[in-house]
Each structure stands twice: as structure tokens, then as C-alpha cells.
Design a protein around this ligand. Structure first.
Ligand code: NDP
Length: 512
């Protein structure tokens, strides 16, 4: 038996002959960098160059923020009827669906994720643009008609202003679509910075926005590194809010920088998300969800189910079934439609993943599966084997840190309380899952787990309607759903007197 299910490089999966040229989109025009700098991106799976990217700096950020400020303050984007903003968002959704294949292929070439997954993500992104359009039309505040017959209170919702949007490399198109259409629906204008590893699909989105008729300056895209581009987008006093997805370390630094000008900050950060398996669970479904949870997107996923916490009475059975199923997951060429798990984003990141595994083994952990670089026939890129590590104590780095790779850390428990204690013994609090056929166990778990999302008898289902975000070091604020729109809104109270009924504070009547 081959140890793993490896998908070798397929024929017909050649890299594009023409390299994609990614430029800045500022004030409605496409621009090269003022300093003339570019960087090339190679496919992490195939090794060849797929895009040439303009590398921006302070000059581009400055021009983009100035354009976004003008579009917000003078050109009237926040004052357009919601119906007109919604019409643009709906056109973008339609164009995303039309161009799904082109966008998905570029997403795969820059990120290394499987093409079938990239296609599903682009479709999911179109749904987010459509959902946000519905919010643009239903956005409203409150009225208070019970303050007395001479008073009326209004609570208005107003757009925050200019928003800096900084996104990572793991779900480039989906994550920008979790933020930008909601900001636009609220009436904000934006400066967007994608990761320099995966910027091209965000540039393609810019093309679709232009085609859909977005006014100049409403959306600006600046390409470049976290420093100087991301830092300038965070520090600039003309920006009212920063929304960021990425590492907890950078999230903290963004919050610190933004505090100097008291910007609103929304952070979607890391996770070390547990799936807890009770003895009465449907094990077939649970084992599949464990395998899906840890290998999806090669584990480069904030929602990765990277901590398995399993009852000791079923631990051996679950572990052997997880290992057996892991061997069947198709790993390899991301351009092959059969592939479920593709390449690791960069060789530096590959080495970071491997370092966690080596360290755990050195500390006495048992390697149940994998733990090495994967050689995929016909491909030059970096891949990592599906890896399962057991015999851990809860204080080991591999059991606490976000490894961000296809690595499952296994811990055991004896009682419900011990399971909850393990779940909550973490710096993070993004998501958690429970597997049991007992509704009381599931409800008790859902209430006691400290996490932004709890899944019961399922894993990683997401909907445009349901808010997403973390507690503790997993972040601040929420994306998606009505709450995702609220992030981009300020509340203004208008208190009105009806009639000339106000009693004077200073009594001007002469004393008798
Ligand atoms: P980062 O947090 O460094 O990068 C995310 C984005 O922030 C990128 O666009 C990056 O730019 C930008 N950025 C970096 N530094 C700053 C800064 N000081 N100010 C403003 N923007 C900045 O993630 P990494 O790529 O370095 O990944 C490291 C780890 O982060 C991973 O191993 C994983 O654990 C975690 N991570 C979590 C993600 C999540 O979804 N929660 C997503 C990605 C990573 P650029 O990279 O272009 O320089």
C-alpha cells in the first residue's frame, strides 16, 4: 500500500504563458509604483513565475488615502441611496460569477490551494457581495417614541469613513469579500492591501469593480509589503478604521499603532481550534470532519481544527481511523480537480511547520503519521505530509500555537469538565466543535466553550448571514451577518423636542 494518496503533476496543467501584471488601483486608475519596484510571485506548487507585482510605498498609500478621503467627504458615496450602492455590489457579484474560472485559477497559482476549492471560494465570495447588497438596502437605525409626548429620539447609523483593509494569503479573494462589500454597503470608502504573496485576485476584483461602475476613489488597492504599506495604512490620521485578518502578533501591532489616532480596529486573528469527541458521537462523521478540519487549505486556515480532544475510552479507535482516512486524502497538484490538499504557501512557512513537529518529537511526542516534506512527482514546490502527533501535554507549543499546517495535535480527556478545561486552556478563542448524540452535552459545551463560533456535530460550515470572529487573542469585532455591517457604522443619537415645551434652566421672571 502507498503510504499516501499523492496526485502527481497532471498533463494539461501547464502554467500560463503570460505572467499576470498586478498594479495599484488608485483613484480609478491603474498605476505602476512611483519608485518603479516590482516583485515576482512563483506558484508554490509548480515553482514557475505566475505574476509580476508592483511594490508600493508611502507615495501610493498617500495617494490612495487622499482619493478615499475625497470620495467619502466630497464625492457623495456615503450619501448615495442604498439602492444605488446595492446595484453596484450586485453587478460585482454577477461579474465574479462570470469570471469564476479565471479568478480561481490565479488563486490556485499564487496560493497553492486546490482548484476545486478555489472555485467554491470564488462562488462563496459572489454570495457575500450579493448578501452585502441586501444589507445596503435594509440598513437602518432606531427611533424612540416613548420618551414623552414632547420628545423624539432617533438613533442614526452612519458610515465610519475611510477604512484600511489588510488581508492575508490563505483565502485572498474570500477574505477581502468578507470585508469590502460590507464596508461599501455601509457607505465607507476603502484602501485595500492584499498579501504580497497573493495579490492578483484582489487586483482582478479591482477590475470588476471598475467595470461595475464604482466611482473613482471609493475603492483603492495598494500592493506591497506589510511595512511600509500596511503600517502607513494603519498610522495615517486620515483613516478612520482598520480591518485586518492575519497573525495575532501583527494584529496587536496594528491595534497599538491605531491607538495613537484612536481608530476603530477590527481584527480576525489566529486560532488553535479544538474538536471534542464524546463516546456517543457518530464516529464516522466525526472522523471525516477531523480530517477535513485539519487538512483543509493545507491547515493554513484560522479555523483549522488543529486540536483533537478525544475521550480516552474511544481514543485508540478514533486515532487509528483518523490515520487511515488521512492516508486516503488526495494531496498533490492543486490544478488537478481531484486534489483536496495542495502546496504550502512558502518554503519559510514549510520550515516553520516542520520546526513545530521536530520540536514536539524531541519533547517525546509520538508521530502517528507524516511529519515530513512531501515529494509530489513532477512538481518543484513545497508540500507537507498529512501529520498526526499524539502523546502530548497541553503545555507543548504544538498543542498551543497556531502551526498553520496539516498537523493534528491529539489530547485525551476523561470527563466533560476536563474536556472544557482543555478547550479553554488556550490564548485563542476562535472556534470549537463538539461531537455527541446527546443534545444536553452539546448545549452545555456550546455555553461553556470560550470561542466566537461553536459547531455541534459539524465543522466549518459558514454562512453570509452568521457572524464570524474570535474572543481573547483570536480578535476583536465580527465579520459577516448584520454584525459584519455594524462594524463599519457609527451610531449617532439625535434628540428632538416637539413643540416649545422646554422648561428654562435660568429663571428670568422677576422675583416677587
Ligand atoms: P501576517 O499577519 O504577517 O500578514 C497578514 C497581512 O498583514 C499581510 O498583508 C501582511 O503584509 C500585512 N502586514 C504584515 N505586517 C504588518 C504591519 N506591521 N502592519 C500592517 N500590515 C502588516 O501573516 P504572515 O503571512 O506573516 O503569517 C504568519 C502567521 O500568521 C501564520 O503562520 C499564521 O499562524 C498566521 N496567519 C493567520 C491568518 C488568519 O487567517 N487568521 C492568515 C495568515 C496568517 P505582507 O505579508 O504582504 O508583508
Amino acid at each position: 500500500m502507498t503510504e499516501f494518496n499523492v496526485i502527481a503533476a497532471g498533463s494539461g496543467n501547464e502554467l500560463p504563458k503570460r505572467i499576470f501584471r498586478a498594479r495599484h488601483f488608485i483613484d480609478g486608475t491603474w498605476r505602476s509604483s512611483a519608485a518603479g519596484k516590482t516583485v515576482e510571485r512563483c506558484s508554490p506548487a509548480h515553482g514557475g513565475v505566475v505574476s509580476r507585482i508592483a511594490l508600493g510605498g508611502k507615495a501610493e498609500v498617500d495617494a490612495a488615502i487622499a482619493a478615499a478621503r475625497r470620495a467619502f467627504d466630497k464625492d457623495g458615496w456615503p450619501h448615495l441611496p442604498g439602492r444605488e450602492r446595492a446595484a453596484i455590489l450586485l453587478r460585482v457579484a454577477q461579474f465574479i460569477e462570470r469570471d469564476r474560472d479565471r479568478i480561481a485559477r490565479m488563486e490556485t497559482l499564487e496560493s497553492g490551494k486546490p482548484i476545486s476549492q478555489a472555485e467554491a471560494e470564488i462562488e462563496g465570495a459572489a454570495d457575500l457581495w450579493r448578501y452585502a447588497a441586501s444589507l445596503a438596502r435594509t440598513l437602518h437605525g432606531d427611533s424612540h417614541n416613548s420618551l414623552g409626548s414632547d420628545m423624539l429620539g432617533l438613533v442614526l447609523k452612519e458610515p465610519v469613513g475611510v477604512v484600511s483593509i489588510i488581508t492575508p494569503w490563505n483565502f485572498p479573494f474570500l477574505i477581502v469579500s468578507q470585508k469590502l462589500p460590507f464596508a461599501l454597503a455601509a457607505g465607507c470608502t476603502a484602501v485595500v492591501k492584499p498579501s504580497e504573496l497573493t495579490p492578483s485576485t484582489t487586483v482582478m476584483l479591482g477590475e470588476l469593480l471598475a467595470e461595475a461602475g464604482i466611482p473613482p476613489g471609493v475603492v483603492n488597492i495598494v500592493l506591497g509589503l506589510g511595512h511600509p504599506v500596511g503600517t502607513a495604512m494603519t498610522a495615517d490620521a486620515r483613516v478612520n478604521m482598520v480591518t485586518f485578518t492575519g497573525s495575532t502578533a501583527v494584529g496587536k501591532s496594528i491595534a497599538a499603532t491605531a491607538s495613537a489616532t484612536l481608530k476603530k480596529v477590527s481584527l480576525e486573528l489566529g486560532g488553535k481550534n479544538p474538536q471534542v469527541i464524546f463516546p456517543d458521537a457518530d464516529l464516522e462523521s466525526a472522523v471525516d470532519a477531523i480530517v477535513f478540519g485539519v487538512y483543509f487549505n493545507a491547515g493554513e486556515c484560522c479555523n483549522s481544527g488543529s486540536r483533537l480532544i478525544v475521550h480516552e475510552g474511544i481514543a485508540e479507535e478514533v486515532l487509528s481511523r483518523v490515520v487511515a482516512l488521512s492516508r486516503k486524502v488526495p494531496f498533490g497538484d492543486p490544478l488537478d480537480p481531484e486534489t483536496r490538499v495542495g502546496a504550502i504557501i512558502s518554503s519559510a512557512h514549510h520550515d516553520k511547520i516542520d520546526g513545530y513537529v521536530r520540536q514536539a518529537v524531541g519533547q517525546g511526542a509520538r508521530l502517528e503519521l507524516g511529519g515530513q516534506t512531501f515529494c509530489v512527482p513532477g512538481l518543484d514546490g513545497q508540500f507537507y505530509q498529512p501529520t498526526v502527533v499524539s502523546g502530548l501535554s497541553a503545555d507543548m507549543a504544538i498543542a498551543r500555537d497556531e502551526v498553520f499546517g496539516p498537523v493534528l495535535s491529539v489530547l485525551n480527556f476523561r470527563s466533560f469538565d476536563e474536556a472544557i478545561a482543555l478547550v479553554n486552556d488556550a490564548e485563542y478563542g476562535l472556534s470549537a466543535g463538539v461531537w455527541s448524540d446527546n443534545v444536553h452535552t452539546c448545549l452545555d459545551f456550546a455555553r461553556k466553550a470560550r470561542a466566537g463560533t461553536v459547531w455541534t456535530n459539524t465543522w466549518m460550515d459558514g454562512f453570509a448571514e452568521l457572524p464570524f470572529g474570535g474572543v481573547r487573542e483570536s480578535g476583536l469585532g465580527r465579520e459577516l451577518g448584520r454584525y459584519g455591517l455594524e462594524e463599519f457604522l457609527e451610531v449617532k443619537t439625535v434628540t428632538m423636542r416637539v413643540g416649545h415645551t422646554r422648561k428654562p434652566w435660568v429663571n428670568v421672571a422677576p422675583r416677587t
